[in-house]
Design a protein around this ligand. Structure first.
Ligand code: HEM
Length: 141
């Protein structure tokens, strides 16, 4: 990602993070379960609590976008947990779709083509890191 794209993601995330996390999370999970109904059964934690965890984690990763290598171990740990939850590589694009849709709703007129491209790159980078870490665990098992 370019520095400009990182700035775009950080600034727009700041806008979304100022909205109530339960509202943002509600939008996200409703959309996710609408796109892929079977995914609902994988979630045990109540949506409100789950939303806070997810948003905190995204915020954390975004803060480190310019030095992802610093948090690679945490990303790997998160990915391993996801293997236990039954998450497969193909789920990442579904979650990405729900996330982009949520950002579009939350950002309204601030959701431009340029912002979208920056977010696609950001999510793809994170998702690919998680998928790679999950593959390592599976290969070792
Ligand atoms: C970059 C993408 C993702 C991020 C940043 C993320 C983040 C998180 C976080 C922070 C948690 C809280 C528990 C923990 O620390 O393990 C969690 C739990 C979970 N995530 Fe993700 N996740 C991502 C992708 C996915 C995908 C693709 C799925 C597939 C459907 C998924 C399904 C779940 C499930 C089932 C749980 C456990 C829920 C529960 O305890 O009820 N996540 N995720």
């Amino acid at each position: 990602m370019t520095n400009h794209q990182i700035t775009l993601v950080k600034n727009t995330w700041g806008m979304v993070a100022s909205i109530d996390p339960v509202t943002v999370g509600g939008l996200f999970y409703n959309r996710l379960f609408e796109i892929a109904p079977p995914i609902r059964a994988m979630f045990r934690t109540p949506v409100a609590e789950q939303s806070k965890k997810l948003l905190t984690m995204i915020g954390y990763v975004i803060n480190k976008l310019d030095k992802l290598e610093d948090i690679i171990e945490e990303v790997a740990k998160l990915a391993k947990g996801h293997v236990q939850y039954g998450v497969k590589a193909e789920h990442y694009s579904i979650v990405g779709e729900a996330l982009l849709w949520t950002l579009e709703k939350g950002l309204a007129e601030h959701w431009t083509e340029e912002v979208k491209e920056a977010w696609v790159l950001c999510y793809t980078t994170l998702a690919n890191a998680m998928i790679a870490a999950a593959e390592d665990v599976q290969a070792a098992a």
